[in-house]
Design a protein around this ligand. Structure first.
Ligand SMILES: CC(C)(COP(=O)(O)OP(=O)(O)OC[C@H]1O[C@@H](n2cnc3c(N)ncnc32)[C@H](O)[C@@H]1OP(=O)(O)O)[C@@H](O)C(=O)NCCC(=O)NCCS
Length: 349
């Protein structure tokens, strides 16, 4: 049988789905184990999330990890991600993309070396260096791995630095529902007593009131970002040049999520649908420190996911720095697994 250590791994489950002529009928499901409780287990399968009552499980065991995604799958996802975060200044070097956005974010100001650059690798890297130098920018190349490992080796030889690894994570849609009895949609999610409740322990009722306060906050989606929403993005990314507005808004299908507590903006998120309608992209998920661990990020993501599904998206993706343990834990809990990683490589000065 399964144990908590199996969460996050691929498993196969044989479950009893009926009885015919006194004999059990079985059905097998394969996927990543996202949650295991005393009563249920939840699998992320290729068809979506599957919640199986433990009482129905005949047999379950870990199986070897899935094969790496194909190069074509990595390319398709990277192109969908590029569409979701569009740099206003763009060029091509064969199949490689060259992108600039007034220096706003590494992704929008980096070359994406996927496909054939139409010239030998050293000449391609020379051309990238010139393209950014002409714009007064430090050359940056995002290397999806292992696809762009040969490019990485060339950059190693030139002494380019590497920023911390970024995980590109995906999950099938729809997301599995929040782990409560709340109806789907924007209904409040019942939460445990806030982590900060200790400071109110001499004031009976305050902790419960706080929990109610966050659970009744509503997630709203807008087609354009408000000035306050943009201010959060600016705070997160350090500034907000003109190009940033283009990166955030120049996508055919985009929604900006916000949650207010009275008149204070406490949570934001951004959703895009790209890659020929297949991929919901999640970005700029942020909750103000006072409102964390109350389920707001989960609710923002569920709301954006429901919108993505309504447009026809079948999968979601996001990019998260590997060392962002809070966000990685949040996404794991929602069913995301790592599709591939990338390294942001920066030319020496
Ligand atoms: C990451 C972040 C968005 C999470 O927001 P949040 O509203 O606190 O998340 P939720 O309350 O929905 O968390 C749901 C679950 O995720 C996991 N989780 C969230 N924050 C966690 C943390 N700091 N440590 C461990 N697990 C965490 C937990 O499993 C949590 O459930 P629990 O509280 O019942 O244990 C928030 O910490 C944040 O804004 N961080 C700064 C911005 C950022 O890094 N954004 C993500 C960029 S990719």
């Amino acid at each position: 049988m399964l144990r908590q250590q199996d969460v996050g791994h691929r498993i196969v489950v044989r479950r009893i789905v009926g009885i015919r002529e006194g004999r059990p009928l079985f059905s097998d499901a394969l996927g990543e184990l996202v949650e295991l409780s005393e009563t249920h287990l939840t699998l992320a399968t290729a068809q979506g999330q599957l919640r199986v009552p433990v009482a129905q499980v005949h047999r379950a065991k870990r199986v070897p990890p899935t094969r790496r995604p194909t190069a074509a799958a990595v390319v398709a996802l990277e192109r969908a991600a590029d569409e979701a975060w569009p740099a206003p200044t763009r060029d091509q070097l064969g199949d490689w993309l060259l992108r600039a956005a007034d220096g706003w974010t590494g992704r929008a100001n980096s070359a994406l070396p996927i496909g054939d650059p139409d010239r030998p690798l050293p000449a391609a890297v020379d051309a990238v260096e010139r393209w950014y130098a002409d714009r007064g920018q430090t050359p940056i190349i995002n290397t999806p791995l292992p696809l762009a490992a040969p490019v990485g080796a060339e950059l190693d030889a030139r002494g380019w630095a590497a920023r911390p690894p970024v995980l590109v994570q995906t999950t099938p849609l729809p997301l599995r529902p929040p782990a409560t009895s709340s109806p789907p949609g924007n209904a409040p999610v019942a939460r445990r007593t806030p982590a900060t409740a200790g400071q109110h322990s001499d004031q009976p009722g305050t902790a419960v009131a706080d929990a109610d306060r966050w659970s009744s906050a509503v997630v709203e989606l807008a087609a354009a970002p408000s000035a306050e929403w943009l201010a959060v993005a600016a705070g997160r990314k350090g500034s907000l040049p003109d190009a940033a507005r283009h990166v955030l808004t120049a996508v055919g299908q985009v929604r900006f999520a916000h949650v207010y507590d009275d008149s204070t903006l406490v949570a934001v998120g951004r959703g895009t649908v790209t890659g020929q309608g297949r991929w919901l992209g999640l970005s700029l998920i942020e909750v103000s420190p006072v409102a964390r661990r109350q389920g707001l990020a989960s609710r923002v993501i569920h709301e954006l996911a429901a919108w993505g599904v309504s447009t026809g998206a079948t999968h979601a993706f996001l990019q998260v720095e590997q060392h962002n343990t809070a966000a990685v834990a949040l996404y794991r809990r929602l069913g995301f697994t790592t599709h591939h990683t990338y390294l942001t490589r920066v030319a020496p000065h």
